[in-house]
Design a protein. Structure first.
Length: 571
């Protein structure tokens, strides 16, 4: 079909005599006059050689072009960055991770704005690139579809399925003398057998589930593993379907309503997903002008049954979820149990409920439990609040036996110091490890602590100690690990005032986290407290530290849609 360009952004670069210079560039790239008259569709890829999460994205994006052309559009591909957490983990490189989410969103926005694209299909594979890509879609509000590159297949070691988390935990076992170096080397060579993002219900797969639950991805598209041939058909279908969205002018903010965000949070909790979702969902909501902070997320988590037996708390990985019927299989039982609202629209042009109606419950699959007989009635992920975290904190309790913990504080001013103590086995049972000045502003960059938590778990200390930080945890973290504590230490929050030997009480059932120190003592400590400076006094990390807001609201660097005076899609 032909499209009227008179109301599309691309008219500014392709229509009228005054745009002859612009068109000359298009002719230089081999485009025809007919190509130039069609809508211009951005195909954004986070593909690169940084890690296996991203290596198949460019080929998938290229196939997407075929779908755009079949739907009557002209595809325009470009790339954005990623920072891959598995490689950035455990050293200063992790400070770049969360910041990359903002850079990805900003770079996609700028490329679409600068070239006046009419629609967007975004491909992402590694943790922060998923919310970053979806944030750009919501910010620009042109018809958009999000495509996940797919997960890695599980590795096999000694006849058992393994993931990269097993390698991180084996580092702890090696330090404890329980894993010979040769076994560690053998494991590292087989844990990641090819292309794709981490296979467990870590951040990438969690946000891939969010893409479907919130309506920005095609149904049951995201859990198909990266090496599968079906990914080509998904990429092609996304390109074709985005043209249908352009035809009916169905935009991301029409899809991602407050109700859709609530549905997405339900799916995170039900699948025992990453705590990082409590950072990314508020950030995405802000791009729509919707109030949806950590406490809103936590309230939903509190009443959601945990139904997916996925790693790290359970047995299975994304490939198994795909074979069990995908994200929609889990959403079917959630909807039947009254835990999802069927009304939000999706990129199919149908409502979530209409999409789910096409799914038949498979009683023989093993990944998803029926909501009438869940793994636990609540508690994949839990929000906490108390005197140590007035602005909230988050803990993933999927698969944990112990939900209460009271212990003695052991304070570290950065992750490296804590990891060194863990490696030396210098952490006593019953300790509450505090790692502070790792928040969005104080880090800067809010690092994940997987190297430390995995080493603890590998030493058999996973539920014998607790770990609390104003930084983040990987979706792969397990054990009593509490992150996103706010206000952060850099802002003089209570976590900055904790001293060695203080008693800290955590109750993941009641949702509380308290520093058992009398008010007068804390007032005295606050008077003596001095803000700290970090080593990042220029460049991207400095700029981030100057602009970043509270983790409770998504660690954002701009005011969001509430302050906008125009939407790009309407220029």
């Amino acid at each position: 079909m032909s499209f009227d360009k008179s109301k599309l952004p691309s008219r500014h670069v392709s229509v009228g005599p005054e745009r002859a210079p612009h068109r000359s560039y298009y002719y230089a790239m081999g485009m025809t006059e007919e190509d130039i008259t069609k809508p211009f569709v951005a195909v954004a890829s986070a593909g690169n050689d940084s890690a296996p999460c991203n290596t198949t994205l460019d080929p998938q994006a290229d196939i997407c072009r075929e779908g755009v052309i079949a739907g009557g559009g002209t595809p325009r591909r470009f790339n954005t960055i990623t920072v891959t957490d598995g490689i950035a983990m455990g050293h200063q490189g992790m400070k770049s991770s969360l910041i990359s989410r903002e850079v990805i969103a900003d770079s996609v926005e700028l490329s679409v704005r600068g070239h006046c694209y009419d629609a967007l299909v975004g491909f992402a594979g590694c943790d922060k690139s998923l919310p970053g890509m979806m944030m750009a879609m919501l910010r620009l509000n042109v018809p958009s579809i999000f495509v996940y590159g797919g997960s890695i297949l599980p590795g096999v070691y000694k006849g058992e399925d393994v993931t990269v988390v097993d390698v991180f935990e084996a580092v702890g076992q090696h330090a404890a003398g329980n894993c010979p170096l040769q076994e560690l080397i053998e494991l590292e060579k087989v844990a990641c057998p090819g292309h794709g993002a981490c296979g467990g219900q870590f951040t990438a797969n969690t946000m891939a589930c969010v893409g479907e639950a919130i309506g920005l991805s095609l149904p049951n598209s995201n859990m198909s593993p990266a090496p599968y041939k079906s990914r080509e058909e998904i990429a092609r279908a996304a390109g074709k379907q985005v043209m249908e969205l352009l035809k009916i002018n169905l935009r991301p903010r029409d899809i991602c309503t407050k109700t859709a965000f609530e549905n997405a949070a339900r799916v995170v909790a039900a699948t025992g997903g990453s705590t990082n979702a409590a950072l990314h969902l508020p950030a995405m909501a802000s791009e729509c002008g919707i109030d949806f902070d950590l406490f809103d997320v936590a309230e939903i988590f509190k009443s959601t049954p945990y139904i997916a037996d996925l790693k790290p708390g359970g047995k299975y990985v994304a490939k198994d979820m795909h074979e069990a019927g995908g994200v929609y299989m889990g959403m079917k039982t959630l909807l039947d149990g009254g835990f999802l609202d069927p009304s939000p629209m999706t990129v199919t042009g149908k409502t979530l409920g209409e999409n789910i109606e096409e799914i038949t419950w498979n009683p023989d699959q093993k990944v998803f439990y029926d909501v009438k007989a869940p793994i636990t009635p609540t508690g994949g992920v839990v929000g906490l609040k108390g005197s140590l975290a007035p602005d909230g904190a988050i803990v993933k309790v999927a698969g944990m036996e112990r939900l209460q913990f009271t212990g003695t504080a052991r304070v570290f001013e950065c992750e490296e110091d804590a990891f060194a103590a863990v490696e030396k086995r210098d952490i006593a049972e019953g300790s509450v490890i505090i790692i502070r000045y790792e928040g969005p502003k104080g880090g800067p960059g809010m690092r994940e602590m997987l190297a430390t938590t995995a080493a603890l778990y590998g030493q058999g200390m996973g539920e014998k100690v607790a770990l609390i930080t104003d930084g983040r945890f990987s979706g792969a973290t397990r054990g009593f690990c509490i992150g996103h504590v706010g206000p952060e230490a850099a802002d003089g929050g209570p976590i900055a005032l904790v001293e060695d030997g203080d008693t800290i009480s955590i109750d993941a059932e009641a949702g509380t986290i308290d520093l058992e120190v009398d008010a007068a003592t804390l007032v005295d400590r606050k008077v003596k407290w001095q803000p700290r400076t970090n080593d990042y006094q220029s460049g991207a990390l400095w700029r981030y530290s100057q602009n970043v807001g509270k983790a409770r609201f998504g660690a954002l660097t701009h005011p969001g849609a509430k302050k906008e005076t125009h939407v790009f899609a309407d220029i």
